[in-house]
Design a protein around this ligand. Structure first.
Ligand code: C5P
Length: 308
C-alpha cells in the first residue's frame, strides 16, 4: 500500500544589489578582499524540495534554459553538502522557479543554493543550526550567506563574513537585465587588468560611513550620492553597451544608476514608486535590455513558504 504523496517544501529567496562594492587587490587564494554592502531586493526565486529516488533538478521561468540541471548547479551542491554533513542520502527533487536574472550580478545562483539548503533542512528534518547553515553557505560561494540572511549587510573577507546593517526606510529600484551574461571571474580578472594597466595601487576596501548612514536613515538621495561599484569599469569594459543603458536610466530620473555586482544587470535607484515606473517605461522603449523590473528593498532572506 502506498501512503499519501509527501508534500514538497518551498523556500523563497531574494536577489541582491550591491550598493557599495569596494574591491581590494587579488589574494593568494585568487579571491579579492571586499567591503561589500549587500541590499536584498524584492525579486525572488522559489526552490521546492520533494522526496525523490535520486538528486534531480528542474527549473521554470523566463531564463530556465540557461540554468544547468546537473551537479554544477549550486542548489544541487547545497543539498549534497547538507546531506553529507548529516550522513544521509541527498535523493531529492529540487524545482527552481526562477525569477532572478541568470548570470546578471544579482546572486540568482546563490539564492538557489540558500533556498535548497533551507528547503532540504525542513524536508529532511535535519534541524541544522543557523551557524551551520551559514558555514555551508560560505563554502558554496561568497554571496550565498547573504542570500540566507537578506535585509542589508556588510560583507567582508571575500564577502562571506556578514555584519547586519539597519535600514530605516523602503528604497525603490528598477533593474534592467541585459541581453547576455557576464562571468564573475572574468569581471574580477578585468578589474585586475585595468588596475595594472593604470599602474594603480589598490587600497584596502572600506565601507563608506556616509553610505551606511544613508541606509540607516532610509534617505534615497543620500544613498544615491554615496553608492559605488569598483567592478563597474571592468563590467563596462567587457560589455560597453551598458554605458548607454546607464545614461538612459539617469536621464529618465534615476537618482543614481550603477552596474549590479559584476553585471551585466544595471540598477537604478528611484525617488518614489511612481518615478521607478517612469524610469522602467523609458528603459523599456529606448534601451536594448532583456527585461526591466521594478521592486523595493530591503527584502527578507530565505524563508519557508510551506512546512511539512
Ligand atoms: O565565491 P564565488 O564562487 O561566487 O566567486 C566566483 C568567482 O568570483 C571566484 O572564483 C573569483 O574569481 C571571483 N571572486 C573574487 N573575489 C571575491 C568573490 C569572488 O575574486 N571576493
Amino acid at each position: 500500500m502506498t501512503g499519501p504523496a509527501t508534500p514538497g517544501v518551498t523556500a523563497r529567496v531574494p536577489a541582491k544589489v550591491n550598493v557599495q562594492l569596494a574591491v581590494g587587490g587579488p589574494r593568494p587564494d585568487g579571491f579579492h578582499d571586499l567591503a561589500n554592502v549587500f541590499l536584498a531586493v524584492g525579486l525572488y526565486d522559489e526552490v521546492t524540495a520533494t522526496e525523490a529516488d535520486e538528486l534531480r533538478i528542474t527549473c521554470s521561468g523566463p531564463d530556465a534554459a540557461q540554468v544547468p540541471l546537473d551537479r554544477s548547479n549550486l542548489a544541487a551542491r547545497a543539498a549534497l553538502a547538507l546531506a553529507e554533513r548529516h550522513g544521509r542520502s541527498a535523493a531529492v527533487h529540487l524545482h527552481i522557479d526562477k525569477d532572478i536574472p541568470v548570470a546578471g550580478g544579482m546572486a540568482g545562483g546563490s539564492a538557489d543554493a540558500a533556498g535548497a539548503l533551507v528547503a532540504c533542512d525542513a524536508l529532511w528534518d535535519t534541524r541544522a543550526s543557523r551557524e551551520e547553515l551559514l558555514e555551508i553557505c560560505a563554502e558554496l560561494g561568497s554571496d550565498v550567506p547573504f542570500s540566507l540572511v537578506g535585509g542589508a549587510a556588510l560583507g567582508t573577507g571575500r564577502g562571506e563574513r556578514l555584519t547586519p546593517i539597519e535600514v530605516g526606510g523602503t528604497f525603490h529600484w528598477v533593474f534592467a537585465a541585459a541581453d547576455g551574461g557576464l562571468s564573475t571571474p572574468a569581471v574580477y580578472c578585468e578589474f585586475d587588468r585595468l588596475c595594472a594597466a593604470e599602474g594603480r595601487t589598490v587600497p584596502a576596501p572600506e565601507a563608506s560611513p556616509a553610505l551606511l548612514d544613508a541606509l540607516r536613515t532610509g534617505d534615497p538621495k543620500a544613498l544615491a550620492d554615496t553608492m559605488s561599484n569598483d567592478l563597474q569599469p571592468a563590467a563596462l569594459s567587457l560589455f560597453p553597451s551598458l554605458a548607454d543603458t546607464l545614461r538612459t536610466g539617469s536621464a529618465a530620473g534615476a537618482l543614481a544608476s550603477l552596474v549590479s555586482g559584476s553585471g551585466p544587470t544595471t540598477a537604478y535607484l528611484a525617488p518614489s514608486a511612481a518615478a521607478a515606473e517612469d524610469i522602467a517605461q523609458t528603459l523599456r522603449t529606448s534601451a536594448t535590455c532583456r527585461t526591466i523590473r521594478t521592486t523595493t528593498a530591503p527584502a527578507p532572506g530565505a524563508q519557508l513558504l510551506t512546512a511539512r
